[in-house]
Ligand binder design. Structure first.
Ligand code: SAH
Ligand code: MG
Length: 220
């Protein structure tokens, strides 16, 4: 990853350790020529820079349509709300009293020079996925970690991964002592459904590949 983009990614506000970001970038580099990279869970744009750097490389090598689409309502997950572990008071909109990560996302992506390549889709994941029809070369699930949200993200989006495309899931913890179990259960569901096979692991990041089915066909 180019040093300037790596610096932007590492300095951005968010939840992506460098080694897991590097894996995300590497998988995205492989996939970006074949179709859009879609992220669920933008927050302030940290992981989007690792993805955007891959789209930029793909464009530079002649794949003009390479792009990152990133979905978030920008109101924060349960654990980002006031009184919870991952609350950041600087992200509260004083006018509404609600979390709003969209302004920081915009500044972060603009400063990285990736505005043309990283497109924000602002809304609930289920609302956007209900209208989705485009095959994805890579799906990165890093949205709400409540069971309901994590499962909805898989149900709504995983079917759109193209055969040979990758599904990357963040915050997968096999043991409850290490973290919440919702992403782990999504990971197990992806393997049990038979549509995905496991490719690689770094930290809490799991990389899978779509092994069967057609884009749009439910994945179990
Ligand atoms: N990828 C980010 C971290 C994402 S945090 C990084 O690299 O730092 C999870 C994000 O998911 C939050 O910004 C939250 O607003 C969003 N989110 C949670 N539930 C959601 C839902 N149902 N629809 C859309 N976004 C959601
Ligand atoms: Mg995460």
């Amino acid at each position: 990853m180019p040093a300037d983009l790596l610096r932007h990614a590492e300095n951005a506000k968010g939840f992506m350790p460098p080694d897991e970001g590097a894996l995300l970038h590497r998988v995205a580099l492989e996939r970006a020529p074949y179709g859009p990279l879609l992220e669920v869970g933008t927050y302030c744009g940290k992981s989007a820079i690792y993805l955007g750097a891959a789209a930029r490389a793909a464009v530079a090598s002649g794949h003009a349509e390479a792009v990152v689409l990133t979905v978030d309502h920008h109101r924060g997950s349960e654990e980002n709300q006031a009184g919870w572990e991952h609350h950041d008071t600087s992200l509260v909109d004083p006018e509404t009293g609600l979390m709003d990560t969209l302004p920081v996302f915009r500044r972060t992506v603009a400063a990285s020079g990736l505005e043309d390549l990283v497109v924000a889709l602002v809304g609930r994941s289920t609302t956007v996925s209900a209208h989705w029809r485009t095959p994805l070369s890579l799906l990165f699930i890093d949205g709400g970690h409540a069971k309901e949200h994590a499962q909805n993200d898989y149900t709504g989006w995983a079917r759109w991964v193209m055969p040979g495309g990758h599904l990357v899931i963040h915050d997968v913890f096999e043991h409850p002592e290490d973290g919440g179990q919702a992403p782990y259960h999504v990971f197990l569901r992806a393997l049990e459904g038979g549509a995905f096979t496991e490719v690689e692991t770094v930290g809490s990041m799991r990389v899978l590949r779509r092994a069967s089915g057609e884009p749009g066909e439910p994945v179990g």
